[in-house]
Design a protein around this ligand. Structure first.
Ligand code: GLU
Length: 354
């Protein structure tokens, strides 16, 4: 297992706005980067918006590194992301001294959740391969990345001893899935919530995803399980993130309920930043990494200014400091449709290069 990837030398950033973060309410939010690569402008937009909402409203901010997907985690990325965020002017309150909770450091909270779910019949081991799951679906949905897990593949409900099954399954153990609870008669959705941007969501998870994976055969919690467990134990009441995770919120809420965890957080899912071609910001749009602009000598204020412009907070592109960004921030001005990163945006940023 990966050991501490967040250097202890990270500067204490607590003085920045007073501590804890000038928290004036009981609300807690989190910044939860995945160290799978460098932060790009889209990630920076989401973190800045989340941070500004928190600082305006006196919420405490938890920093959490989500590094459980070890096949995608890149060495050194976590420390670099924290340094980039700090350079942009972002700070946080917990765990304190500019550090971060790192999911891979302790899997015990996730195991404890699995023991509870398995013992209550809410989770079951599933050794089916991806191909077997796909073959069970007669007509895969057009364009779907993952086919839903067919209900009839679920074994008869029973209680399991998580550790015993994992032990018997050999190294790494086996996959475990969540048994989506049956709905009450007349109810057509599995989870519902009112997103601050996307509005009321009623999700038919049985149909769209089916029984989803909670634990993988690499002996690790899935993203869905880890996020629900951590948001609960960190006392998170406000989740702000990109709207690519809108449908994950339903799965996370189901886990909150199955584990008897509460209060459930409220959600704000921000429309993604896309390339000029309307596709999700990625390598094909050139080098949009924050660190690349930084290396060219582009000041943080220029990036923050562009993000303010995208958010409708300023009328034209101009440099904006992080403190001014907090003052300007207004969620109601944020476009309800995806933002496009254009060649003009890139040229404007590069005009600051030294
Ligand atoms: N770690 C996820 C990401 O970087 C965010 C998860 C979340 O906010 O729930 O995409």
């Amino acid at each position: 297992m990966q050991q501490c990837i967040v250097p202890a030398i990270m500067l204490a950033n607590l003085e920045h706005h007073g501590l804890p973060g000038g928290a004036t309410s009981a609300e807690v939010t989190r910044l939860a980067p995945s160290p799978t690569g460098a932060l790009h402008l889209g990630n920076a937009r989401t973190f800045l918006a989340n941070w500004a909402m928190a600082r305006r409203s006196g919420w405490r901010i938890v920093m959490r590194i989500e590094d459980l997907d070890t096949t995608r985690t890149k060495p050194g990325a976590a420390a670099e992301i924290l340094s980039t965020l700090r350079w942009l002017g972002i700070d946080w309150d917990l765990p304190g001294r500019g550090g971060a909770y790192v999911q891979s450091h302790d899997l015990e909270p996730y195991r404890a959740a699995m023991r509870r779910l398995a013992a209550g019949g809410g989770a079951y081991p599933c050794a089916l391969t991806r191909t077997q799951v796909e073959q069970a679906v007669s007509a895969p949905q057009e364009g779907a990345h993952d086919v839903p897990f067919s209900r009839h593949l679920r074994p008869e409900p029973r209680e399991y001893d998580f550790d015993a099954v994992q032990g018997e399954a050999g190294p790494g153990g086996t996959n475990w899935r969540f048994a989506i609870p049956d709905r009450a008669p007349g109810v057509s959705f599995d989870a519902a919530f009112d997103d601050a941007i996307a509005g009321v969501q009623r999700l038919d998870l049985a149909q769209s995803v089916g029984d989803f994976v909670l634990w993988t055969k690499r002996d690790q919690p899935s993203y869905q399980l880890a996020v629900a467990v951590d948001d609960h134990r960190h006392g998170v009441t406000r989740v702000v993130r990109g709207d690519d995770l809108l449908d994950s919120a339903g799965r996370q809420l189901l886990l909150y309920r199955a584990l008897g965890m509460g209060p459930e957080p409220s959600y704000t899912h921000l429309p993604l930043v896309l390339g000029a071609d309307g596709r999700r910001l990625a390598k094909r749009h050139g080098d949009t990494r924050v660190e690349s602009y930084r290396a060219l000598g582009v000041p943080a204020e220029a990036l923050v200014g562009l993000i303010a412009f995208w958010g409708g907070l300023v009328n034209e592109r101009r440099a904006v400091g992080s403190t001014e960004f907090i003052d300007l921030f207004d969620l109601s001005r944020l476009p309800r449709t995806p933002v496009h990163f254009t060649p003009e945006d890139d040229q404007w940023l590069r005009s600051f290069a030294r």
